[in-house]
Design a binder for this molecule. Structure first.
Ligand code: ADP
Ligand code: ZN
Length: 213
């Protein structure tokens, strides 16, 4: 299975990618997660990426392309992978296509997760993530039993730097401008499938699974 999850911030790409990874036993590759880890570890990559991320801008193409090329060539990606948050620009998509061709492989399905902007803002402003196990909570739709503490592992719940109203609106704008043209790009290649990304996590998961079978 070689899959791309496309959709605006807050569409639920990360949540679905984690569930798909369990079910289909292929790695989830999230450029956002890789970059956030680099920021946390204060590596050269993290230092380079931080200001872009905090302001809701895209990290430069050559940086993320380099990351992905290295990642998909690793042994655990041989049976497939789920790309979550990459590609995000036409240049990234073209470069990915080139790399896959060189590797003699191809993307099977691009799942476009559709959700309206209002829903995105409310999902993201209320969300927090466990710093230890990565599980996500939401103050309205999935509140933790104890505020600030993960139900599963007791870890500390943190809000992402970029999950504030101003930066969320910027991320949505960047999505519209730079990422949404990818729908047309993949439609032309004939492997774009659109899924309504509203409703419960389980409902969305069963819709996604229908499409990737
Ligand atoms: P979301 O989809 O919720 O906005 P991500 O975790 O996918 O969150 O990405 C967070 C930030 O990381 C982005 O706003 C951007 O700055 C950076 N980033 C992630 N993936 C890419 C990418 N493919 N190209 C450029 N920047 C990226
Ligand atoms: Zn946890």
């Amino acid at each position: 299975m070689r899959l791309i999850l496309l959709g605006p911030p807050g569409a639920g790409k990360g949540t679905q990618a984690k569930m798909l990874k369990e079910k289909f036993r292929v790695p989830q590759i999230s450029t956002g997660d890789i970059l956030r880890q680099a920021v946390k570890d204060d590596t050269e990559l993290g230092v380079q990426a931080k200001a872009f991320m905090d302001s809701g801008q895209l990290v430069p193409d050559d940086v993320v392309i380099g990351l992905i090329e290295e990642r998909i060539k690793q042994a655990d990606c041989e049976t497939g992978f789920i790309l979550d948050g990459f590609p995000r620009t036409i240049i990234q998509a073209e470069k990915l296509a080139e790399t896959l061709t060189e590797m003699n492989i191809a993307i099977d399905t691009v799942v476009d997760m559709e959700v309206n902007a209002e829903e995105v803002v409310s999902r993201l402003t209320g969300r927090s993530t466990c710093s230890d196990c990565g599980v996500m909570f939401h103050e309205e739709s999935r509140p933790p039993k104890v505020p600030g503490v993960c139900d599963g592992c007791g870890g500390h719940l943190a809000q992402r730097q970029d999950d504030n109203r101003e930066t969320i609106l910027k991320r949505l704008e960047v999505y519209q401008e730079s990422t949404s043209p990818l729908k047309e790009f993949y439609k032309k290649q004939g492997n774009l499938k659109t899924v309504a990304a509203g409703g419960s996590v389980e409902e969305i998961f069963s819709r996604v699974c229908e499409m990737v079978r």
